[in-house]
Design a protein around this ligand. Structure first.
Ligand code: DP6
Length: 396
């Protein structure tokens, strides 16, 4: 009994915001200056798996991320674990579903892996902290709002604790107890909505979100207008567009909010630039495509980096893939594996169609590393296959 090891393994998805979170009013508790809204992506293409083991045999807390042991000296991680232990101590005797949760004073081993390259800059901290928070809640039988814990690891992580369409209500209270994620609609609500992620080739590492948003909040005059006037209204309109499955409205708002997020970044001092020339070409392509069809059929959005995430309806996907691969072909030799994820239909570019787009740039190979086709997905899952062995060390 004394030497018993408790182990739980879970997975959690990535989410991509359509109304962006940018800026904190409390750095410690990770409380935002505006509400935000996101789409949870399918875990088949992008997910984090985390195993947590707890045992009296362990000498100290340890963490492995993507096959490498990392330091536990990360303030957000330490804070999250301290909060979980405090809640476990408080709730310990109350959690009564038959089995006893492990004690709050045992050491933890944590092992976490992504099924996508972390270096690609694809919201890995959101899936990572959502997965850790969810796994800890399962392990310790915690009766708390999981999003509240995930938020303290990384703000955007709180939206990855649900599938489908999720909003993060900024809340008002100083202790952050009302700053939580809420599901707007489940993944089954809008099955036609699909996602294409363009992983842009870039060498430079962007300014981290945490640091970038501090500079914006401190220095951007535009930011005040965004938080007080623009976002509250956009949250309502976006929620309605999703509930009504109104793609043109959803697309327009998504692009406008991405544009404004990058505008407040540029309005910061010193300025923050996340978009590069490839990102701008993607914006041009989508704009020209929508103009040709005289309605929004594709939406782009960019986070704190140059990668583009495109949303469209399934009926548009084949044409979109043709266009993207026409203007952004792979480097010779990189054709295999260029498009990953949900298997793509045969896509052919109609050359008359591309001429009608009237773009100011020519097709250029190698601007994208690869493309991921995915869809809207579900929230965290409990798994049976652990990443840690009985000795508490990584299996792989
Ligand atoms: C641009 O959640 O990474 O992706 O709370 O400081 O960890 P911290 O920041 P993070 O910020 C993500 C910002 C964003 C927009 C969004 O996801 O809403």
């Amino acid at each position: 009994m004394e030497n018993e090891t408790h182990t739980v393994t879970c997975s959690a998805p990535v989410n991509i915001a359509v109304i962006k979170y940018w800026g904190k009013r409390d750095e410690e508790l990770v409380l935002p200056v505006n509400s935000s809204l996101s789409v949870t992506l399918n875990q088949d293409q992008l997910r984090t798996v985390t195993t947590v083991s707890v045992s009296r045999k362990f000498q100290k807390d340890r963490i492995w991320v993507n096959n490498r042991e990392e330091s536990m000296e990360n303030p957000r991680l330490k804070r999250l674990l301290a909060e979980v232990r405090r809640l476990t101590k408080e709730q310990g005797s109350m959690s009564g579903n038959g089995t006893r949760p492990p004690s709050h004073d045992c050491h933890m081993h944590i092992c976490s892996e992504n099924n996508f390259p972390t270096a690609a800059g694809l919201a890995s901290s959101a899936a990572g902290y959502a997965c850790l928070a969810y796994t800890l809640c399962q392990l310790y039988h915690l009766q708390v709002d999981v999003s509240l814990l995930a938020r303290q690891g990384s703000g955007s992580a709180c939206r990855s604790v649900y599938g489908g369409f999720v909003k993060w209500e900024m809340g008002e209270r100083e202790d952050g107890s009302d700053s939580i994620a809420v599901q707007v609609a489940p993944e089954s609500h809008w099955l036609e909505l699909e996602v294409l992620i363009l992983v842009v080739s870039s060498e430079k590492k962007a300014v981290s979100s945490t640091r970038g948003m501090q500079t914006t909040v401190k220095t951007s005059p535009l930011m005040k207008y965004r938080c007080e006037t623009v976002v509250p209204q956009r949250m309502e309109t976006m929620e309605r567009a999703i509930v009504e499955r109104d793609f043109p409205s959803f697309a327009r708002l998504t692009m406008q909010d991405s544009n404004q997020f990058h505008a407040v970044c540029l309005d910061s001092y010193p300025p923050i630039l996340y978009l590069n020339d490839t990102s701008k070409r993607v914006m041009q392509l989508v704009t020209a495509y929508n103009k040709l069809h005289q309605e929004e059929r594709v939406a782009y959005t960019f986070d704190a980096g140059p990668n583009a995430v495109l949303y469209c309806l399934r009926e548009t996907m084949s044409e979109l893939i043709s266009l993207v691969t026409h203007y952004f072909p792979p480097t010779p030799g990189n054709e295999r594996n260029y498009i990953r994820g949900i298997s793509s239909e045969d896509c052919r570019t109609d050359s008359d169609f591309t001429k009608k787009l009237k773009l100011t740039f020519d097709p250029t190979p190698g601007l994208l590393q690869y493309i991921i086709r995915t869809s809207v997905g579900d929230g965290p899952r409990l798994l049976t296959q652990p990443l840690l062995g009985l000795d508490g060390l990584p299996l792989a």
